[in-house]
Ligand binder design. Sequence first.
Ligand code: PMP
Length: 315
Amino acid sequence: MAIYLDKNENAFDIPENIKYEFMEYIKKTNLNRYPEKGLPSLLEKIGDFSGFNGDNIIAGNGSDELLNIIIHQAKGNILVNTPTFEMYQFYANNYGYDTINVPLKSDFSLDTENITNKNNVKLIIICSPNNPTGNLIDRDQIEEILDLHIPTIIDNAYYEFSGEDYTDLLNEYDNLIILRTFSKAFSMAGLRIGYGIANRNVALNIKKLQAPFYINVLSAKLAEIMMEHYSTVQEHVKYIINERKRFYSAIKDIAFDSRANFLLLKKDLYRYMENRDIHIRKLPLLNDRSRVTVGKKEENDVAIDAIKEYISENL
Ligand code: PMP
């Protein structure tokens, strides 16, 4: 049976009791009607959930959409710390902007000196935990970058797996936007909702660029339901973190440790694993490496066995 460990999705689907609750909502909702203009109640609920006001929250059709809008609005060079999430470059190039690629150091920390020396940067994107390296970026390094007073995104898509909360930095820095998503810890990749937390003026300026009905009623409702069932989300996250630790210990020789729901492998095992019907992520910009998502125990067991076999044959 094929195993999909390629897209950093949550190993768990939304449990059936929660799906029933969602279906009840669908039954009694008039789908011929538009959502509430600007989705204010969703923003309020995300605000309550994350300890902010609705004014501080932006939401989008996946955090991808928010990245798209914010990058578009930057109107100039975007600094990214490579290797990192490829969509930053994709959006920048779509708008004809250049990315300034500053390589991470060999321990995957930021090269703050190199970042500081770049001119004409309109937006800095720090991905933490970083995809695909899996490490957290040190908060002192982040503060050093925020002190440049250039608009900066912390892409915190894997926040719940890392336990590292950067929102306190928003008290001090109004050039910061923290992006999160319902796609990973909340198991909602198929419904496409991401959100951001920022200073209210920053949030307001992004809202001005959005269409009135930027999220559909069903996705918005399921996000609300999932926030009410956060203990289930936490159970899934805990399971995945435990599995990540087990996975990493079993293949230490060939992997980097991670604070997300995936591991970066030190070799390109894409083809080797494909041949075993285990789908992992090929990394076009990092051609001697590959990335494996942490799945359910049974899936991880199969992947671990295959990787161990590779290690015993090749290392
Ligand atoms: N940021 C990072 C670092 C990601 O890995 C992903 C998804 N792979 C996203 C953002 C986009 O997430 P979504 O659009 O599903 O919210």
